[in-house]
Design a protein. Structure first.
Lengths: 240, 240
DNA sequence: TACCGCAACTGGTATAGACAACTAAACAAC
DNA sequence: GTTGTTTAGTTGTCTATACCAGTTGCGGTA
């Protein structure tokens, strides 16, 4: 259970123990967890160490304390979908839709001014340009043009892009996606867009531009997406 | 400085001391604060108590620790404009524009189904309906229809609405605005909208609907805004 | 001079113990 | 029955102490 001679701090080991217990459903929301003294005795550690573990979990919103009563598993994420960076696939799935992708173009070009500025690279540096039609329940949802610097992704294939790109970046390449800056503006569907999106030319669309950054501060993607106005609403939850 | 016999916890007193020192500029961002041992000795309290105070401030993002070096005042809000609930006036000012308002209609009506649902009140309950043209640098930026339940705001006048409504709610009424849920979708300017916004009919506009909640969970406003697509971009910063 | 190592600092982890504040339930008194 | 009171449990606060781990600078040695 807990290894006192491990270099991993005891409070952290206990933290993980409790966290996995919650995640595995051994402890369910609203349930009372063992008291601090019980945990201290059970694992033969100090109560203050138990408190440190529980404190962290409380700060992370996983547990809630009530003086005189005990510590409880917190209700699941009331305020979760606040504003987290999600991929198209993740976004669609959270809306109960099945995501899909049709790659239209896949090429290496040299960056124009706009792209080099967004990606913070030299102009005319080689970048991938991938255009895709994004589907939700097999129906077009968005038309998207993705720009990736070749310097960060030396070898990318269509197959890589077809599956979950964010997962590829995080799991395969081990990079840490940190944040993104995104702008939204309304527009009218152009010829090409209306064709790909299966709507009339001039229909209202949502033009989304996103630049995403790794934890080292480098931009790794610049995406321009055109969403169908009749199918897509952008939803945000904000705190004061 | 610190009153050990006060019912206010010592760690909290120290926390406030440090916080006000930062806010008053006695401690500036990047500056090294006294070590935990120094603070403990200075105020004749335990180092663990000092740590509890500092821990809280670190969690609040006011301080940062560096093992072996010391504890420093954090750089100001690098990630602040992440997704905070702001009023139109605050939004415009942050963009360097001068906000303005022209009230078009101000009336009490009975809630329709949509409004009663958003505001979580009974249908046909009395609500204010205020329509405004929002200006930025004296030029129309958005046309907005605001719905407020009369039960929460028994006496509101045009004057109240003209000045900063959020400030009125927070300062005058002492209510706490907590969060809002907002949707964005593209649309085409209708007759009325195009007239108010001084754009052509059929121009792309951004349709924003927002329901805002107090800290007790009650919705206190439902706003439907139509932003000019040629003047307004919605910007969000997202974390993974 | 250049380098190494030690000493003295920093925060990080962990202990054992004490008392306060609060809650719930059992119990006693009215 | 209702109202206090006690009691045993909970988390909250606080102390004193110890050692670990990372950083920095100083001084001695090569």
């Amino acid at each position: 259970m807990i290894n006192k001679s491990s270099p991993i701090p005891i409070y952290f080991q206990l933290e993980e123990l409790l966290r996995t217990a919650v995640e595995n459903g051994e402890l369910i929301p609203g349930q009372l967890i063992p008291s601090e003294r019980e945990l201290a005795e059970k694992y033969d550690i100090s109560r203050m160490t138990v408190r440190q573990a529980i404190n962290n979990l409380v700060n992370q919103g996983l547990l809630v304390r009530e003086q005189g009563k005990g510590t409880f598993v917190a209700d699941k994420k009331i305020e979760q979908p606040l504003m987290t960076l999600t991929s198209f696939s993740e976004d669609m799935r959270s809306r109960g839709l099945v995501p899909g992708t049709e790659i239209r173009e896949f090429e290496v070009i040299s960056a124009s001014m706009r792209e080099s500025m967004e990606l913070q690279i030299e102009e005319s540096e080689p970048i991938y340009r991938v255009s895709r039609v994004r589907l939700a329940d097999a129906e077009p949802m968005a038309y998207e043009i993705l720009f990736l610097p070749k310097s960060i992704f030396p070898e990318i294939t269509e197959a890589t892009i077809s599956s979950s790109f964010y997962k590829y970046v995080e799991k395969e390449l081990g990079m840490k996606i940190e944040r993104a800056r995104q702008t939204l503006e309304p527009a009218l569907a152009t010829d090409i867009e209306s064709e790909f999106l299966n709507v009339k030319k001039g229909s209202p669309v949502l033009l989304m531009r996103r630049t995403s950054y790794l934890s080292n501060g480098r931009p790794f993607e610049y995406v321009k997406s055109v969403y169908r106005g009749d199918r897509y609403k952008f939803i945000t939850e904000m705190k004061r």
